[in-house]
Design a protein around this ligand. Structure first.
Ligand code: ZN
Length: 254
């Protein structure tokens, strides 16, 4: 496959959009409590059953110009967005890791994070079972690869969870229990010292977006901001550039 890099990228892009389409269904059906497999997908507005030709990732939404074939209402921007983000994850992981164990490890982990972020945005909750799945997935890989050292992961877990716990206590509910658990698991996966990169980036991003939303009057001051997306983006950045950011940061201190 490596002799045809363009073909590999194209196939992974398509696989990524298909995965993103499925992940979006998982997020949408968390709220409605429906099964992921059945019933068939329907238009969120007119409830018409969608045919397979309406469900081809990205392609269908472009052909239909982003509108439902039956009621002509504009489909949520989230559908193509999820497909594009997921495709980006597939391509980036391939670019950095090739098609090996690390590709599988990070594609699955980041896909789960995408679902958690979507659910947090919709429902302001981070379900325990997803946090547990992320933890078990990472733990499994430590036993398979025996790398990085488990001490670094455990220190990351305690630092991530501990820092968020302190902030939760100080902010009196600004950060929920789900956030603390998720940050602990991200610290476990990122390890020491990269947990600090995830932590700092998440707060910088959260603060920047929070202020931007306030300025644009999209949110009231009291409305909580779902924090999982910021943690997820920061974790994504830290996988690929954590070392660079950490060295850059250290160069300021010494
Ligand atoms: Zn419709």
């Amino acid at each position: 496959m490596s002799q045809f890099p363009v073909l590999t990228y194209l196939l992974l892009f398509m696989a990524g959009t298909a995965a993103g389409s499925f992940l979006n269904v998982v997020v949408c059906r968390y709220r409605t409590g429906q099964s992921i497999i059945r019933p068939a997908s329907r238009c969120p507005y007119c409830s018409e059953k969608l045919a397979p030709r309406d469900l081809i990732p990205l392609f269908s939404i472009i052909v239909l110009k982003g509108r439902c074939r039956f009621c002509n209402k504009g489909l949520p921007l989230r559908y193509p967005l999820f497909e594009l983000i997921s495709a980006g994850v597939f391509l980036y992981c391939y670019h950095f890791f090739g098609l090996g164990p690390l590709f599988v490890r990070y594609v699955v982990f980041l896909s789960l994070l995408l679902v958690v972020s979507g659910i947090d945005i919709d429902n302001h909750i981070i379900p325990n079972r997803y946090v547990a799945a992320l933890f078990l997935w990472t733990l499994g890989w430590y036993f398979i690869l025996l790398y990085p050292p488990l001490e670094s992961a455990l220190l990351g877990l305690m630092t991530g969870g501990g820092l968020f716990y302190v902030i939760a206590v100080l902010s009196k509910g600004g950060i929920g229990g789900g956030d603390i658990k998720l940050m602990a698991v991200l610290g476990f996966e990122a390890g020491w010292p990269y947990v600090l990169v995830v932590f700092m980036l998440a707060f910088l991003l959260g603060a920047a977006v929070g202020v931007a939303l306030l300025v644009c009057k999209k949110k009231q001051r009291k409305e909580p901001l779902a924090f999982a997306p910021f943690m997820s983006v920061s974790f994504f950045i830290s996988i690929f550039w954590g070392m660079d950011i950490w060295e850059w940061y250290i160069s300021f201190l010494f």
